[in-house]
Design a protein around this ligand. Structure first.
Ligand code: PFF
Length: 455
């Protein structure tokens, strides 16, 4: 299949790895992972999460890249090209919807991170843990401000996308990700030496296996793994469509998985020691505000804390931006490929739609808990969005992708692509077994048991 002329190409394998890792590393690692570990009961969640990454997500990651590279199309086109005349294109369509849906709440949290650059750098969030918590509640209670910040994030993302694939995405990612990792390592070293840090490390690292009886641990770990790796919605597939044919897919996929997982684990080494150093801290009840209420405590303990705090939230905002870019890329490249829109028109139209959809999440976290009157929905709208997209849409998309690769496209075709030009591909028999059996069955089982437990 030929390459669409307007399609960019990554300059190198390293460029692809950095850009895909830029997509993967974002709020999911630093905001989402600790929040989910907190709510999911600590180390037991971490164990299930790592199992999901290795057995389910890593094989799907390689498959998604191969699918994108073989067809050189965005998700809907990829599925349609390899299974013409069927409804498989709908699996790609789900990804396009997920891109829009996820970005609608992601932009709100990213907007908070942007605001905290200012708040921490100017020393506005200091004082007792109660003061810091109250500050966050008041800030997010102002829905108009949250919506304005989300708009800022969406407009910035749209501006970067209009710069083109290589120029826009690669440049930003290459420069700043190493800095984020270094700063996080420094913060983790300080965090684990705080008084009370031991209890945090125990919560994070010694699993309470009785938690494994709770299906929600599996559902949220699976959803978080897909979300963190940007899988199950054709994002990595779309990035794979710009991947040069002479480069190896398996080694790139492993790099992305390893980088993303290490950064998520590192975030836990910061949040839990600091959290447990605060008297009365309860990780299970912190919700989406966890990092915003815990981290300022750490910055208060550091000499030059305002500088570190501002720097941290700045780098987090950039990490979030490289993820929002990839989220917006999925619906935009769909409109360009399928509807033949110009890139500018697609970016502007999709960004405007996402802003409108972000408004309920901006309003629905703090003071205005929507749906409180509906039984089972006594949570903020934002939580509802996180659960719906991460825990259902992405795993469903991942399950469909695995079935498609394993049984419709066929592992033969996929393996040809994975091993093109003699590329290194370890254990093809294991990969085949995982993609054909384990991935679809495990995801389906977790989703079905979850649905049954909700009835
Ligand atoms: N992986 C990103 C994060 O962890 O923040 C979020 C994300 C980006 C999810 C792109 C899905 C996606 F397609």
């Amino acid at each position: 299949m030929s390459t669409t002329p307007s399609r960019g190409m990554w300059s190198s394998r390293a460029g692809f790895i950095l850009a895909a890792a830029g997509s993967a590393v974002g709020l999911g690692n630093i905001w989402g992972f600790p929040t989910q570990v907190g709510q999911g009961g600590g180390a037991a969640f971490v164990v299930v999460y790592l199992a999901c990454i290795l057995l389910i997500c890593a094989p799907i990651m390689a498959g998604e890249i191969a699918l994108g590279r073989r067809t050189r199309l965005s998700p809907v086109g990829s599925f349609a090209a390899l299974a013409p005349g069927t409804r498989w294109w709908l699996a790609g369509g789900l990804g396009v919807l997920a891109g829009v849906g996820i970005l609608s709440f992601y932009s709100v949290i990213a907007g908070w991170a942007v605001a905290y650059v200012w708040f921490t750098a100017t020393g506005a969030v200091t004082g007792s843990p109660e003061d810091i918590g109250r500050f966050f509640a008041e800030f997010t209670g102002n829905g108009v401000l949250s919506a304005g910040l989300a708009l800022f994030v969406i407009v910035t993302t749209a501006a970067v996308l209009l710069g083109g694939v290589r120029a826009g995405i690669e440049r930003v990612t290459k420069a700043l990700m190493p800095l984020l990792v270094l700063l996080m390592i420094g913060l983790a070293v300080r965090a684990v030496t705080l008084p009370g840090a031991g209890a945090g490390l125990a919560y994070y690292l010694s699993p309470d296996l009785t938690r494994l009886a709770d299906i929600t641990v599996f559902t949220s770990a699976l959803g978080q793994a897909f979300f963190s790796l940007s899988l199950g919605m054709g994002c990595i597939l779309t990035y794979g469509s710009y991947f040069p044919r002479q480069d190896g897919i398996a080694s790139s996929a492993l790099w992305i998985v390893a980088l993303d997982t290490s950064i998520a684990l590192l975030a836990g080494f910061i949040i839990f020691p600091v959290g447990f150093s605060i008297a009365g801290f309860d990780p299970t009840t912190s919700g989406p505000g966890l990092i915003f209420t815990v981290l300022p405590r750490l910055f208060a303990e550091l000499p030059g804390g305002q500088l570190f705090g501002g720097g941290f939230f700045l780098l987090l905002s950039v990490a979030a931006l490289t993820s929002t870019i990839s989220l917006l890329e999925v619906p935009v490249s769909h409109c360009v490929d399928a509807l033949r829109w110009s890139r500018t028109k697609a970016v502007c139209a999709v960004a405007a739609l996402i802003f409108v959809l972000s408004i309920p999440s901006a309003l629905g976290n703090g003071a205005v808990a929507l749906f409180t009157a509906v039984p089972g929905f006594g949570i903020g709208f934002l939580d509802l969005m996180v659960n719906a997209w991460n825990e259902f849409a992405l795993p469903i998309g991942g399950c469909l992708t695995a079935i498609f690769i394993g049984r419709i496209w066929g592992v033969g075709g996929a393996l040809d692509e994975l091993r093109a030009e003699g590329a290194w591909f370890p254990a093809p028999a294991l990969w085949t077994f995982l993609i054909r059996w384990i991935c679809p069955a495990a995801i389906a089982l977790i989703l079905l048991v979850t649905l049954a437990s909700m009835l």
